[in-house]
Design a protein around this ligand. Structure first.
Ligand code: GLV
Ligand code: MN
Ligand code: MN
Length: 405
């Protein structure tokens, strides 16, 4: 039913916006490149006959009317922003698979009872502005609008300023309207489907996450003249904590623990670093285990800071609890996979997704397709046109099912 080649061509066209040398995309949220991708997406949606609206978080909705248009719609999508060294598929696939669903309905002149909407959520990645999934988080009631709009990037620019700068501060209220269902197609970003030789993952839920920001303050001092026993080196303390974060992640089954971002001050080769800022991302499917991991981090970090004579400010800036998706939506996906005849399995998400927050206000499910070697958040991220086409096929069938209820 869906047009695999058209989906692939659309993915490759968006991937050119911010294309990187190794074949990925660098399209951080609310940059000029994000605007370019948004503008193209809006044009494509309008060409497909949709009515486009933008909300106060810059989330873009494109609506294809239903025959009973007053009923709550079925929404599907994901995000067009990427990691700094991002791939071509993370997020973009879910947005363009939803667009492919609308194009397919148009091709076959299929009407649905409920309206179908496509969404591009703003700043899913959480790379430029923390936390991740912030705009679907406002939609889902997890964050206040003012909190989200006030979040800053490393240069101190707020989301509100950057939304206005690229012309995507919308008029519509964020959320507060009923949805019949939300579906998100995504590459798995892990190795399971490939290893199990399955084309489709029927996603049951997602694991919990906690994000921390740590600032260590020691003392800038001369690298040549300061004896080793008189130093308060913030980076040396950070190094111990980074190693401990990794150890904690390995110490529990299914643990994940990562320091992905660090800023060292004054960042001069012959000055002992007096400050060090870094982030910690911890995840686990079980809430109590995750809490235990974060307690270990806090205790170890406080001890190191005391031993090294540096001050520590450790803040938990985000907690995303585990999510269980809606049984009825999962069943609709499952039935569609069976109809379409693809090899499939139930799977849990290791990554965070906008679906995790939308699930708070609407029946939600996700569809995964394999990606090569499970590699993601990497320019080399790769998926086949056939698997992506299969994911879009399952998406459109699930959307039709739910939109005709
Ligand atoms: C989303 O990109 C995540 O970090 O899970
Ligand atoms: Mn994603
Ligand atoms: Mn991502």
């Amino acid at each position: 039913m869906t047009n695999q080649q058209r989906l692939w061509d659309s993915l490759m066209t968006i991937a050119q916006i911010g294309a990187t040398e190794k074949g990925g995309s660098r399209r951080l949220a609310l940059t000029d490149l994000d605007r370019e991708a948004r503008d193209l997406f809006v044009r494509w949606c309008e060409e497909a006959g949709c009515t486009v609206s933008v909300d106060a978080m810059g989330n873009i909705f494109a609506r294809r009317a239903g025959t009973s248009d007053a009923l709550p719609p079925v929404l599907a999508g994901s995000h067009l922003d990427t990691q700094p060294n991002g791939g071509k598929f993370d997020g973009v696939f879910g947005v363009l698979a939803a667009l492919e669903a609308v194009r397919t309905l148009n091709d076959h002149a299929i009407e649905t009872k409920r309206a179908i909407e496509i969404v591009d959520w703003t700043n899913e990645e959480g790379s430029r502005f923390a936390p991740a999934m912030i705009s679907s988080g406002v939609f889902g009631g997890a964050f206040e609008l003012d909190y989200a709009l006030g979040q800053t990037d490393v240069d101190g620019k707020t989301m509100a300023e950057e939304l206005a700068r690229i012309g995507y501060t919308g008029e519509a209220a964020v959320g507060g309207r009923p949805l019949a269902a939300y579906l998100e197609a995504h590459i798995e970003q892990g190795p399971i489907l490939e290893a199990e030789a399955k084309t489709i993952g029927v996603v049951q839920g997602a694991q919990a996450q906690r994000w921390f920001e740590v600032t260590l303050t020691g003392q800038d001092a001369h690298a040549g003249t300061t004896p080793m026993n008189r130093r308060r080196d913030a980076l040396v303390s950070a190094a111990s904590i980074v190693t401990e974060v990794d150890r904690i992640g390995r110490s529990v089954v299914d643990g994940r623990a990562t320091v992905g971002m660090m800023q060292v001050g004054p960042n001069s080769r012959n000055t002992i670093p007096g400050t060090c800022f870094f982030t910690v991302d911890m995840r686990h499917p079980d809430e109590d285990t995750l809490l235990g991991m974060s307690t270990e981090l806090r205790e170890y970090a406080a001890g190191i800071a005391a031993d090294h004579g540096v001050e520590i400010d450790l803040r938990e800036i985000w907690h995303s609890p585990p999510v269980v998706f809606d049984r009825h939506c999962i069943d609709a996906v499952q039935a569609s996979v069976v109809d379409a005849g693809f090899a499939h399995m139930a799977i849990a998400s290791g990554a965070g997704h906008d679906a995790c927050y939308v699930a708070r206000v609407a029946p939600t499910a996700m569809i995964f397709v394999p990606c090569v070697d499970g590699i993601s958040h990497n320019e080399l991220e790769s998926a086949t046109p056939e698997d992506l086409g299969a994911g879009a096929e399952v998406l459109v069938r699930s959307m039709i099912r739910l939109a005709n209820e």
